[in-house]
Design a protein around this ligand. Structure first.
Ligand SMILES: [Fe+2]
Length: 326
């Protein structure tokens, strides 16, 4: 299947990815990881949940940690440009035969809940409580100095279908990995906000959340985080990297939180706002697509991810595999 073309006037206008809710089994352990180690800022907390934002963010939350019996991802959140986009989004999903509902969410205005065709739980809102800027309160910067949430990456059993659906919502393809034998997409990176991606899809058992990523100021912040994690009991939580991605050209590190949710620390990809920005094709067997320096990713990176609460996981329809580290 050819990669999906850009839809420059989509039926509703998504500004960017916004937030994710993760179910975690021990709030204190998660707080030690996300607040004391990564340096995210607490904006609200009680016995059931912790709301967090990164240093540049003016919206109330980019990550919600909710206490639960088992780890899972609950929902991926996106901000739309104006209130009327929520009604347009509702019509779009219902025309596809997908169920929608209006839900109450703390600190958010009217919020539309739905699922994409693969089953990924999504929510859309326009208004979120706005907070005072803290990006120049340098005494608050800690850990890896996270500036903002950057993207989600999800396993999907059908990357062609997922990429096509998100293209219809106006997500524009920036880079993609193709399986030479079948001509099918193995992975796709798609954006709304003008970077390489707000949302990426990886072929695999899914749908599952593969990771969420935070943008940090420089690669040196990633080195500092590695030193901190290696000497504060988190050495086993370092999964892959640091390194330079071929795809996206970003400097990266993958780590796992106390429940195994995967977090990417990410910086310095490139601008993609031109409406005629052409996507870059990569071959699945090219080891430099994963890491420009050639090191393959570990097996866990291709197999492990966070299930979405209550969503059935299916085997991928494409069996092709990239080169994997032993
Ligand atoms: Fe990523």
């Amino acid at each position: 299947m050819p990669p999906p073309p850009h839809v420059l006037h989509p039926p509703f206008n998504i500004v960017r990815l916004s937030h994710v809710e993760l179910r975690v089994t021990n709030l204190a352990k998660s707080r030690a990881f996300y607040v004391d180690t990564l340096g995210l800022q607490v904006t609200e907390e009680d016995d059931e949940a912790i709301y967090l934002r990164a240093m540049e963010e003016r919206g109330h939350h980019c990550l919600i940690l909710r206490k639960a019996k088992a780890p899972a991802a609950s929902v991926l959140g996106f901000k739309v440009y104006e209130e009327a986009d929520l009604d347009r989004a509702k019509s779009f999903f219902e025309a596809k035969g997908l169920t929608t509902s209006w839900v109450e969410r703390p600190f958010q205005g009217r919020t539309l809940s739905t699922r994409d065709p693969q089953g990924i739980p999504l929510e859309f809102y326009h208004r979120m409580e706005r907070l005072a800027p803290i990006h120049q309160q340098y005494q608050l910067y800690k850990g890896v100095k996270p500036l903002r949430i950057d993207h989600f990456n999800c396993f999907t059993p059908d990357v062609d279908a997922s990429a096509d659906f998100y293209a219809q919502m106006g997500f524009r393809l920036t880079e993609y990995t193709e399986d030479e034998e079948t001509g099918r997409l193995w992975a796709a990176w798609m954006h709304r906000k003008g970077g390489v991606h707000d949302m990426a899809f990886t072929n695999g058992r899914g749908p599952r959340l593969h990771h969420l990523a935070f943008w940090v100021p420089t690669p040196l912040n990633i080195i500092d985080l590695l030193d901190l994690m290696a000497t504060t009991g988190y050495v086993a939580h370092i999964e892959r990297g640091p390194g330079r991605h071929g795809i996206s050209n970003a400097f990266f590190l993958y780590i796992r939180d106390p429940d195994g949710h995967r977090i990417e620390i990410y910086c310095s990809d490139y601008q993609t706002v031109d409406p005629d920005h052409e996507p870059i094709r990569w071959d699945l067997k090219d080891p430099q697509r994963q890491t420009l320096w050639g090191a393959p990713a570990p097996k866990s990176w291709f197999e492990e991810g966070s299930s979405f609460d209550g969503v059935e996981i299916r085997e991928p329809s494409l069996n092709a595999q990239p080169i994997v580290a032993p």
